[in-house]
Design a protein around this ligand. Structure first.
Ligand code: SF4
Length: 376
């Protein structure tokens, strides 16, 4: 058990020190490319020999970004722009970003205006209509342009063999992440909620090959420990992200175990499957087009709603917590439907607003405490 805690500490050290990680790779002569939300073909960066580096905002107040965004834009976009404007990200050789929601569309343009000369934008255009051959073709054409831009930013040529190596690596990594989510959720007495989050967060600040090596060892060690829920209540988290220190602490204090999640920064990302055959760009495009169960992606039948209820049922969750990112239109649209579907299924559900610029979460504390009583 002491060995597992040592392994978890290694993930925490990385997750809590992104600037140190960035310096490490730049000092080693690597190009580092920022990767902002959502579902961008990060494998291209890996295949170019560069390091993909997650840019999902940070905790704190938006200051300079307020010159570009009104306060009613989500904090991921505000704080990611802030990090560019305040020079936190100056060592990046580019920033890859999609425009899957309206706020991201504005973000990409604001990024170009405020940071584009120092940190070029690698714009990833993806269609909302992913199911038709035209949607796939659009994505393939777009990813070809993205490949050119990644090559330019990384000063490297991406060949098909290298890209397939990266695709295989990412498939293995996503599979290992899915396994970790399940192992950790069933062992809350060993892996705390903040530690679970750190294991995931660390993957955003290091090459996937390095993260996968650490993760495989951790999964192996966790598998050797019998599942034990102790006095923890199993829940499903839904939303975009959960790594707000106060929120993680409150989940842990209320003895909540995350047995599964529907978070864009976590399991929605690990759900993608990419073919390891044929043309690699087409495989990446088809991987994106095959995604679903997501508030951010066009979902005419609202399968996302039922997916959250199914996740809870399949994993024996006693409740669902929606962590609603403030000013996030796609999530605000789905949240009431998820609440209603959970009610119909007899699953307690609570919605807790989160934001990277919020200073106190006292109201959330009361919500967690009341919700915990419903889980008994
Ligand atoms: S999906 Fe929501 S949280 Fe994510 S960038 Fe768009 S508005 Fe912001």
């Amino acid at each position: 058990m002491a060995d597992i805690q040592k392994q978890l500490n290694a993930f925490t050290e990385i997750a809590q020190n992104p600037a140190k990680q960035l310096d490490k790779y730049v000092d080693a002569g690597k190009r580092v490319i920022g990767v902002a939300p959502y579902y961008t073909p990060e494998e291209l960066v890996d295949a170019a020999g560069a390091v993909p580096f997650g840019v999902w905002g940070m905790q704190g107040p938006a200051d300079e970004a307020r010159q570009y965004f009104a306060p009613f834009y989500c904090s991921i976009c505000q704080m990611s722009l802030e990090m560019g404007l305040n020079h936190t990200l100056d060592k990046l050789s580019g920033l890859m970003c999609s425009a899957l929601c309206d706020t991201l569309k504005g973000f990409t343009q604001n990024w170009k205006a405020g940071n584009g000369e120092r940190i070029p934008l690698i714009f990833v255009s993806q269609p909302q209509n992913r199911f038709s051959p035209a949607g796939l073709k659009y994505t393939v054409d777009s990813y070809k342009e993205v490949k050119e831009k990644v090559q330019e930013c990384c000063g490297a040529i991406i060949d098909d063999d290298a890209l397939f190596d990266s695709i295989r690596l990412y498939n293995k990594w996503r599979k290992a992440m899915r396994k970790f989510i399940s192992l950790a959720g069933q062992r809350p007495t060993v892996v705390s909620v903040p530690q679970r989050s750190d294991v995931i967060e660390a993957s955003y600040f290091m090459p996937k090959a390095e993260h996968l090596a650490m993760l495989k060892d951790l999964n192996e060690a966790l598998e050797a420990v019998d599942p034990d829920m102790g006095d923890f209540s199993p829940v499903v988290l839904s939303g975009i992200y959960e790594n707000i220190p106060d929120i993680l602490r409150m989940l842990q204090e209320n003895r909540i175990s995350v047995v599964a999640d529907d978070l864009a920064k976590e399991s929605r990302t690990f759900a993608m499957e990419v073919s390891e055959e044929g043309d690699p760009i087409t495989a990446l495009a088809a991987g994106f087009c095959g995604m679903g169960n997501d508030s951010i992606l066009y979902d005419p039948k609202k399968n996302h709603i039922h997916h959250v209820v199914d996740l809870a049922k399949e994993n024996g969750a006693k409740g669902v917590i929606i962590l609603l990112a403030q000013f996030c239109d796609p999530e605000e649209f789905d949240a009431p439907f998820i609440t209603s579907a959970c009610e119909d299924a007899g699953i307690p559900c609570v919605t807790i607003g989160i934001d990277q610029s919020t200073e106190t979460y006292e109201q959330a504390r009361t919500q967690f405490e009341s919700f915990k009583d419903l889980l008994k």
